[in-house]
Design a protein. Structure first.
Length: 254
């Protein structure tokens, strides 16, 4: 099938067989696993996963690509959900679920946040993303890349940057370097103890103006004595506050 890559769907198709094999090797799929692939595209990763699985769910927004997947010889092994991943109900899939995909970079953060409420049903997530995004996800306090994405995701997942993927591994090549990340939800008791709405608000306000002192960003949001209880000086900047300290402030507030 001749398919012209659609920019609006962030289409960059993986063509490097070594990278594909490395992703499957890191994921280590087993026949009984319930797996969903986000954005299968022309099926490069799909075809590498299928020999290891009894069945695979895929979510693809592009009508032509979804039709192609349905017409494949291996179609009986695949359930194609032709829809927008951002509105997809992951709870409708069997659990425990493993999620994998070379994500459309234009909506990668919204996809990561859309998956957060499903963490209880998810075993792990293996994603190709812009390397710059993965750097932010795994960044530690004091790093220039440490920010809202780092704190929000590190509270809920253990994450590992697995390896980098250069632009020439794709057709068409993206303009940026890519990488693979593994995300494993933290234990349920830990996640359920997070007062999510309060946590999201204090993290959002803390990083609203990154260079400002935290007492200014949190004015009217977090009482100073609560931040001090968590060992945060009023003159600190958000990028110096650890994920554990943000969690402590959120719990104290809740
Ligand atoms: N997995 C393929 C590969 O590695 O060659 C394609 C990856 S390409 C970067 C992203 C894929 O996600 C495309 O197939 C695109 O059509 C699909 N996509 C883009 N936006 C989507 C959305 N909102 N919901 C579901 N799929 C989407």
């Amino acid at each position: 099938m001749n398919h012209t890559a659609r920019k609006r769907f962030g289409q960059h198709f993986l063509t490097d067989p070594r990278i594909l094999a490395n992703i499957v090797g890191e994921m280590h799929p087993r026949p009984e696993d319930h797996v969903v692939e986000i954005g299968p595209g022309l099926g490069a990763l799909t075809h590498c996963l299928l020999p290891h699985l009894k069945h695979l769910h895929v979510i693809e927004i592009d009508r032509d690509l979804a039709a192609k997947l349905r017409s494949e010889p291996l179609a009986a092994q695949i359930t194609v959900h032709e829809t927008d991943v951002l509105t997809f109900n992951f709870a409708s899939l069997p659990s425990p679920l493993r999620v994998v995909g070379n994500l459309p970079y234009n909506i990668s953060s919204p996809i990561l946040f859309a998956l957060l409420p499903h963490a209880s049903h998810i075993v792990d997530q293996h994603f190709m993303l812009q390397k710059e995004v993965i750097d932010r996800m795994v960044a530690q306090p004091g790093c220039s890349t440490f920010g809202r994405l780092s704190v929000m995701l590190q509270a809920y997942y253990d994450m590992e940057h697995l390896f980098d993927v250069p632009p020439e591994s794709f057709d068409p090549p993206p303009r940026v370097m890519s990488a693979i990340v593994r995300m494993v939800p933290k234990p349920q008791a830990h996640r359920e103890a997070i007062p999510h709405a309060v946590f999201a608000r204090i993290v959002g306000t803390a990083f609203a103006q990154k260079r400002k002192m935290i007492r200014n960003n949190w004015a009217g949001v977090v009482p100073t004595e609560l931040s001090e209880q968590a060992g945060i000086a009023p003159t600190s900047r958000a990028e110096d506050i650890s994920c554990a300290q943000f969690l402590e402030v959120a719990r104290n507030m809740a």
